[in-house]
Design a protein around this ligand. Structure first.
Ligand code: ADP
Ligand code: MG
Length: 703
């Protein structure tokens, strides 16, 4: 047994959190900083100097030699540039350790190599990182030693967002302001702030590092581009929630410990559906902190896997034929005094407020289904969404029987007079039902499910940042709240107005509600009848970013300008094209240099065997038949390879943008599949000893 661990002792040990700030900062400075954190008051440089000094002293005590502005450019991963604390050597040859307020507040990384989608052609090449003081700084320990990491936002010289964080913070302000308006209407005068709470569940695969290294597809693309299904997959459901094997348990222990130290409240862990697949979920936090923490989770999973001789695959679809990985983005709205706007509550007026919130969410999701779908698209997620697993590509909302019944009553009679499961009528004038908390069942096929007191957006990809989906959720709901408040604030009879509005929204947007099986073909037809968009791929989803209604909404709430949206669309097309190009080239490489040579060698052995067997006077029909079959597949492989080479070259020669991305999706991807098919069949009939890399079975069942 290793040392015993007391979680309470180590939790947040390496975080410059409220407790540390309170202990170390002068009272006045602490108060000023709290004002900035809580109310967005500007921080003056003198105050920042004091904070920076204390932060540096604290970090040095933790062993830190460097600090970094940790930011989230549009590459999908985080970026950092390290600066040591040392200042210019003094006369006596010694150095001082320094860190100024200016260095804390603002950084200037060389921005020119980050994707900007044309923003930088029109503006200056400079980019700035700005301290996000609402997400605490922390010290990270790794092979580089200890580093003080300062969460930051990343903007261009003229203030355009070049990252995921800036729009997220803007969207949090938007939803905060509109939520306050809404709760004031229902008589709440005490809450000062409303913040979106987010709890992302992270799925991932673990494979053995030695086997990983023998697969170029995993190395270059994070997923297998070839591979026949092993005799056993996930059909027995014996992995899901199964006993965690010792090697994995040891890994999880270290992951948790490292996460707890940096203040990530890693909470649940279990085996997932596919072999070698697992999940980790933290306790929910404020949206921007949750986004930062999710990046920390992904980085920690990868780092600790290496320490345990494994590799962590965060790709959405590492293996064909078994489930891929996603992230369930649990989302709710919480006031500073602890009320959850998505909690159905117990008292009638809260129920009315809840029903308004609920129908506003329905309206938001229905009106912006295309945008929400877009927010979950990345090249890897194309293999999940709409591919008969995980949620379908069609956005719908699961409410559960009880809520659906309430809405049906509202729609048919204009009033809801009872709730299912014997719930007693307990409401006042407008007779809305008291909702029991756990009356909702689960529906794993729904992309957007109400689960008791939160919505769970299940489309997000496992590798993607959750920032994008939360920007969209925050803003579309802010828009719906704003519209409702516009109506209600000027209403003469509030009670009647709110009742009418709930009914109106319920009637108009009921089509988005679906409680059935989202994987069925009937649903695809039914959704089409209802007029719900079915956007099958990333390249088809991207246009939603720049439609008039999207631009108008984001501009109204100052989350994105039109230019920023256009640049993001451009970056997405480029990223997609690049990702597929790498995959195609990796396939070409593997087929040309590994599979075809291995099969040629094997056919020679077989041919020699056929001759030898015949010479010995025996029947060589089986050997000759196999040789014929393999040679036929080899021919198909070669033809498919030539075609893929041709199309990839054609694609690469095109100008970057939508057309090129569509060409990759509609022409190159099918040609990749055409190359994979004969190779996978060859894998099934060629001697395992002759096959040049570990199989699916080796990767998934021998971790
Ligand atoms: P499951 O959906 O697997 O039953 P849980 O109820 O444990 O999950 O929650 C999954 C995630 O949702 C966790 O990260 C949890 O902290 C988060 N969560 C729970 N309540 C809320 C809430 N009100 N708002 C946002 N996230 C929440
Ligand atoms: Mg869940």
């Amino acid at each position: 047994m290793g040392e015993l661990l007391n979680v309470a002792d180590i939790f947040g040990e390496d975080v410059f959190n409220d407790k540390v700030m309170q202990e170390r900062l002068p009272k006045k400075i602490y108060k000023d900083l709290k004002k900035t954190i809580e109310e967005g008051k500007e921080l003056d440089l003198a105050t920042a100097d004091v904070i920076a000094h204390e932060m540096k002293e604290w970090a040095i005590e933790k062993g830190a030699t460097h600090y970094t502005h940790w930011f989230q450019p549009l590459t999908g991963v985080t970026a950092e540039k390290h600066d040591s604390f040392i200042s210019a050597p003094m006369e006596n040859g010694k150095v001082l350790m320094s860190f100024s307020g200016k260095e804390l507040i603002k950084g200037e990384p060389d921005a020119s190599s980050f994707p900007s989608g044309g923003l930088r052609a029109t503006f200056e090449a400079r980019g700035y990182t700005a301290w996000d003081c609402t997400s605490p700084a922390f010290v990270r320990h790794d092979a580089a030693g200890a580093t003080l990491c300062i969460p930051t936002a990343f903007c261009s010289y003229t203030g355009e967002a070049l990252d995921q964080k800036t729009p997220l913070l803007r969207s949090m302000e938007a939803i905060g302001a509109q939520s306050l308006r809404l709760i004031r209407l229902f008589g709440n005068t005490t809450s000062k702030k409303v913040t979106p709470s987010v709890g992302p569940e992270q799925e991932y695969f673990l494979v053995d590092a030695e086997k990983f290294k023998q697969r170029k597809d995993l190395i270059y693309t994070g997923r297998t581009l070839f591979g026949a299904m092993p005799p056993k997959g996930q059909e027995l459901d014996d992995h899901y929630f199964g006993t965690i094997r010792q090697r994995i348990a040891g890994f999880m222990k270290d992951v948790n410990e490292q996460l707890w130290r940096v203040g990530v409240s890693s909470k649940t862990q279990h085996n997932e559906v596919a072999p070698a697949q697992h999940e980790l979920a933290p306790i929910y936090a404020k949206a921007n902190v949750a986004v930062d923490h999710n990046h920390l989770v992904m980085q920690t999973l990868k780092r600790v896997a290496c320490q345990h001789g494994m590799k962590c695959l965060l790709h959405e679809k590492p293996f064909a034929g078994v489930n891929g990985s996603g992230k369930h983005n649990n989302w709710s709205l919480t006031t500073d005094d602890g009320k959850n706007l998505l909690d159905p509550g117990r008292t009638p007026h809260e129920n009315i407020q809840f029903l308004l919130v609920l129908t506003c969410v329905l309206k938001a999701v229905d009106e912006h289904a295309d945008l929400l779908r877009e927010s979950a698209s990345d090249p890897g997620n194309d293999h999940r969404l709409g591919a008969n697993e995980a949620p379908p590509a069609i956005i719908s909302v699961f409410l559960g029987e009880q809520l659906e019944d309430v809405l049906e009553q509202l729609i048919s009679t204009g009033e809801a007079t009872h709730s299912l499961k014997g719930g007693k009528l307990e409401t006042g004038v407008r007779t809305l039902p008291d909702l029991a908390k756990d009356a909702t069942d689960r529906n794993r096929t729904s992309p957007f499910a109400f689960t008791g007191n939160k919505f769970e957006f299940r489309m997000v990809g496992s590798r993607d940042s959750i920032a994008g989906p939360n920007v969209v959720l925050n803003t579309i709901v802010a828009e719906a709240f704003a519209e409702a408040c516009d109506v209600l604030e000027s209403a003469e009879d509030f009670g009647k107005a709110v009742h009418d509005l709930i009914k109106k929204y319920a009637v108009e947007h009921y089509r988005i509600v679906f409680n059935g099986n989202g994987y069925s073909d009937e649903w695809i037809e039914e959704a089409a009848r209802r007029g719900l968009p079915n956007i099958r791929s990333m390249v088809e989803a991207i246009p939603a970013l720049t439609t008039d209604k999207t631009v108008e909404m984001f501009e109204k709430f100052k989350v994105f300008t039109k230019t920023e949206l256009e640049s993001r669309a451009e970056i997405k097309y480029e990223n997609y094209a690049k990702a597929i190009n790498i995959e195609a080239r990796t396939m070409i490489d593997m087929a040309s240099k590994q599979f075809i040579p291995a099969v040629i060698k094997y056919t020679k052995e077989l041919a020699d065997t056929v001759i030898a067997v015949k010479e010995a006077g025996a029947d060589a029909t089986v050997q000759a038949g196999l040789l014929g079959e393999i040679s036929g597949l080899l021919m198909k492989t070669k033809q498919a390879l030539s075609e893929l080479i041709r199309l990839t070259e054609q694609a690469a020669a095109m100008e970057e943008g939508e057309e090129q991305a569509r060409f990759y999706h509609f022409d190159v991807v099918p040609s990749m599949e055409a190359l994979r098919a004969p190779v996978d069949r060859l894998e099934m009939i060629v001697d395992k000893e002759a096959w040049p890399m570990p199989s699916y079975g080796d990767l998934m069942f021998e971790v």
